[in-house]
Design a binder for this molecule. Structure first.
Ligand SMILES: CC(C)(COP(=O)(O)OP(=O)(O)OC[C@H]1O[C@@H](n2cnc3c(N)ncnc32)[C@H](O)[C@@H]1OP(=O)(O)O)[C@@H](O)C(=O)NCCC(=O)NCCS
Length: 209
């Protein structure tokens, strides 16, 4: 029995989460995969990767999409044939997809203390956090997730998480914030939302002007 959660966050958007408890074999049972997907699956080195990939197809099916309705551009960014925007993420035992009329990105992260070790590589100087605050790791994880999700929307070569993406400071209870990408004369704003599900943080965002 599949376990998943649907967030009806906005009328034009569906965010779906799959808790991956099934084997790859079970997850593939009712799927009709394209030859491309079958080739991709065959080349995946880990069972975990295969389960993540297949659970995403289960989420798509849930929304009435076949595997053949999804295609990837040369950068690996997913698209839907009907023109709706889609973004995909998987992390250990969860996978997530977001489908929207708006330009959107999603990222799922398992919260881990070790994110602190690389904080100075991705956190911008204006995002000042108190390392002793109990929410330190939680906020760092949101900051990272935002940047991954922005990158999934605008994956231009040369974007630096630290230098080109600014996140407005927030409290965890806010469950939302904004972010700005400024890169190569381009400036884009994003409305950001985040949730925590157990040990996981899910960030989703929409591109504004
Ligand atoms: C592309 C990227 C964002 C994927 O994130 P990830 O955490 O590795 O993996 P996730 O599970 O969250 O996302 C994977 C999904 O992203 C999507 N994806 C892959 N490449 C993508 C791209 N170029 N653009 C948009 N989406 C992409 C795919 O749908 C993929 O899943 P699928 O192939 O099974 O469909 C990431 O690999 C990346 O390149 N990040 C930027 C690295 C960087 O600049 N780091 C700076 C550190 S300071």
């Amino acid at each position: 029995m599949p376990t998943h959660k649907t967030f009806n966050c906005f009328p034009d958007t569906k965010l779906l989460l799959w808790n991956i408890t099934e084997t790859a074999e079970t997850l593939s049972q009712n799927l009709h995969l394209t030859q491309k997907s079958l080739d991709r699956l065959r080349n995946m080195k880990s069972e975990a990767h295969r389960r993540g990939f297949l659970s995403v197809r289960q989420l798509l099916l849930e929304q009435g999409y076949q595997d053949s309705d999804l295609f990837y551009d040369e950068f690996g960014k997913p698209h839907l044939v009907d023109g709706k925007h889609i973004s995909i993420s998987h992390s250990h035992e969860f996978s997530a997809i977001i489908i929207s009329d708006r330009i959107t990105g999603v990222d799922l992260e398992l919260r881990r203390d070790k994110i602190a070790v690389i904080a100075d590589k991705f956190v911008e100087p204006t995002f000042i956090l108190d390392k002793n605050n109990p929410d330190y790791i939680r906020k760092l994880t949101v900051n990272w997730g935002i940047k991954e999700a922005v990158f999934k929307i605008r994956n231009e070569k040369g974007i630096s998480f630290k230098d080109h993406i600014d996140v407005k400071l927030f409290e965890m209870e806010d469950k939302k914030t904004t972010a700005t990408l400024h890169f190569n004369k381009l400036q884009r704003h994003f409305d950001v939302y985040f949730e925590e599900i157990g040990d996981y943080t899910i960030v989703y965002l929409f591109e504004g002007n």
